[in-house]
Design a protein around this ligand. Structure first.
Ligand code: 13P
Ligand code: SF4
Length: 309
């Protein structure tokens, strides 16, 4: 629970450690309240590469903290709960990448969703996030693109970039994939005319019912710019806080699936764990072995070059 004492302690510890707290929109609202920066994966990666603080506390899942460490190897990167991990980050086999490389040779690029381990990134040519995947895949010189690990984001990209042969892997986000078309149809019936704004990690049946698909920031931007009063939101419930902050005073209402999509790994980041990690300097994220770190860093740097919004 976020008390005034905890709030004051976190502020003091941040100053003592020269630390900034970066939080993803999916962590609990009270953690977002304590953060210096809240954003989507792309915005947070870009910040991690440029912030002057010597310590970054990453309120999110492991691949986010790991990317921050790869981009700023001299900084101390801490995780309030180092066990918070995205299951999709592991859903690709090296064999899949090697088979595609053998088949297509130089005319293949491996595009890796940032929701991946450093090792998976090190097998790849470029990273993407949900906010820039279409733009980056379109800009690649190769015609064949193996997209890992997320099959749903990969399929969404393939539909937008029809000039490329996008080869899909079979990874998925269990939370987004579980949002059913029936639930979306119920929401549409309850809120007729409300635009449906979806994350592209949703399955094809739910996504087919969406009016707009984009990253969490892009969903918030679309709701803020729209002139409707009600919006159906197909992503993790944590984004509600940012929707309400950005649309404050407009009377806009946001409707999420009744099953309330929550990412259990993001939910592991509590205010108590955030304070504990600042107090003890615990949960430090290290660099992977040198060869892996260099190759993985290159994919992130290439994304930052190609994906600047
Ligand atoms: P964003 O790219 O919108 O930050 O989403 C990250 C994520 O983990 C989605 O499940
Ligand atoms: Fe991974 Fe899905 Fe959680 Fe995002 S919402 S961190 S993709 S499990």
């Amino acid at each position: 629970m976020l008390t005034d004492e905890l709030r004051a302690e976190v502020a003091r510890l941040k100053a003592e450690r020269d630390a900034v707290v970066l939080a993803h929109y999916y962590v609990p609202p009270e953690v977002q309240e304590l953060a210096d920066h809240v954003g989507d994966s792309f915005a947070l990666a870009r910040l991690a590469a440029t912030l002057p603080a010597s310590t970054l506390v990453f309120a999110g899942v492991r691949f986010m903290a790991e990317s921050a460490k790869l981009l700023s190897p001299n900084k101390t990167v801490l995780m309030p709960d180092p066990t918070a991990d995205c299951p999709m980050a592991h859903m690709v086999r090296r064999e899949t990448v090697e088979t595609a490389r053998e088949r297509y040779g130089d005319d293949l690029a491996v595009a890796c969703y940032v929701n991946s381990t450093a090792e998976v990134k090190s097998w790849s040519d470029v990273c993407v996030t949900s906010s820039n995947a279409v733009k980056i895949v379109r800009a690649l010189p190769q015609r064949n693109v193996l997209f890992v690990p997320d099959r749903h984001l990969g399929r969404f990209v393939a539909e937008q970039v029809s000039e490329k042969n996008v080869i899909l892997n079979d990874g998925f986000c269990p939370i987004h994939q579980d949002i059913s078309a029936a639930e979306v149809a119920d929401l549409k019936a309850a809120h007729p005319g409300a635009p449906v704004l979806a994350h592209p990690e949703c399955g094809p049946e739910a996504l087919a019912l969406a009016d707009f698909a984009g990253s969490t920031s892009q969903i918030v931007d679309a709701a803020a710019a729209g002139d409707a009063s009600d919006y159906i939101i197909l992503t993790v419930d944590g984004v509600r806080g940012e929707l309400e902050r950005r649309c404050a005073g407009t009377g806009k209402r946001f409707h999420f699936p009744a099953t309330r999509p929550v990412c259990p790994d993001m939910a592991r980041i509590t205010v108590e764990r955030l304070a504990g990690c600042l107090r003890e300097g615990a949960g430090e994220v290290g660099l992977p072995p040198a060869g892996v770190a260099e190759a993985a860093r290159r994919t992130l740097e290439r994304m930052l070059e190609l994906g600047a919004r």
